[in-house]
Design a protein around this ligand. Structure first.
Ligand code: FES
Length: 278
């Protein structure tokens, strides 16, 4: 039980920290923006587009709620504050993430959300023990401790902003020709070659130049977010984590693997001597 508590607590805090230090997570127009992610999930989730439209409409609030909840659940678990409630919260959150993002993962065991849901549920039942009833009564001291954990969670979100690698990062897509938008010198990318680059948000991306022009994709795998790489031998973008492959010469559509979504396209153009974000 201690191992589960340690693992779940640390992982949930890390998940919150990962989002809090991502300057694009709450920035509209960024490729890692929570609203963009939710829109992408809408086509493959059983929750339906009506639910997703509502979530996208309030995506900044949803993003903040997710971050604060992750910190609060992780901290409460590690510090043994309202442990039953925290365990149930972790379980509910894992089921929610499964329904939102990884419901159609194939084979199912590649989706970590289901594994976390089972882990949280087991942990929750271990806390209940033989009581078979959740004790949610809380005394005054308990309320104070819950309040402290809540304040720590909000503080951790604010702290994450300070550690964001580019907290002033702007969303991509402003006018071409702006020096900020230069990606690479045209002369440094011969026809038939590729280059890795990073967006203002820090997100890795891959640039291609062919006889017909230039194009680029986010290098973040649409399965669970590993970084894909280009295999010149097979002419595919391949993910090292669970083997997804994407065709860069056909809109980065999925060739094989546990995801159904193409990589996110990034608009680039040739502007004089430069390749720029368009
Ligand atoms: S992260 Fe699973 S295939 Fe890419």
């Amino acid at each position: 039980m201690r191992i589960m508590r340690l693992w779940l607590g640390v992982t949930w805090i890390y998940a919150g920290w990962d989002k809090a230090t991502d300057s694009g997570f709450l920035t509209k127009g960024s490729t890692s923006f929570i609203g963009t992610q939710l829109s992408a999930y809408s086509t493959q989730s059983p929750l339906g587009t009506t639910v997703f439209n509502k979530l996208v409409e309030h995506s900044v609030q949803v993003g903040l709620f997710v971050m604060i909840s992750e910190f609060a659940i992780g901290l409460a678990t590690l510090l043994w504050v309202a442990p039953t409630l925290a365990a149930f919260g972790g379980f509910a959150m894992s089921v929610g993430l499964w329904l939102v993002s990884s419901f159609h993962a194939k084979p199912y065991f590649l989706a970590s959300d289901t594994a976390y849901a089972v882990l949280w549920l087991s942990y929750f039942l271990l806390i209940l023990g033989k009581r078979r009833r959740a004790d949610v009564s809380i005394n005054r001291r308990g309320i104070v401790r819950v309040g402290i954990v809540g304040a720590l969670a909000i503080g951790a979100v604010s702290l994450g902003k300070l550690f964001s690698p580019s907290s002033n990062a702007q969303a991509t897509g402003s006018a071409s020709g702006d020096p900020q938008n230069k990606v690479k010198k045209l002369s440094e990318l011969p026809v038939g070659s590729t280059a890795n680059f990073a967006l203002a948000s820090g997100e890795p991306a891959i640039l291609f130049r062919t006889k017909t022009g230039v194009f680029a994709y986010s290098a973040i795998c649409t399965h669970e977010g590993c970084t894909v790489g280009y295999s010149a031998t097979n002419k595919v973008l391949a993910c090292p984590c669970h083997g997804a492959e994407f065709d860069p010469f056909d809109s980065a559509k999925v060739i094989s693997g546990p995801t159904q979504r193409a990589l996110t396209s990034i608009k680039v153009a040739i502007d004089g001597d430069w390749i720029v974000l368009a």
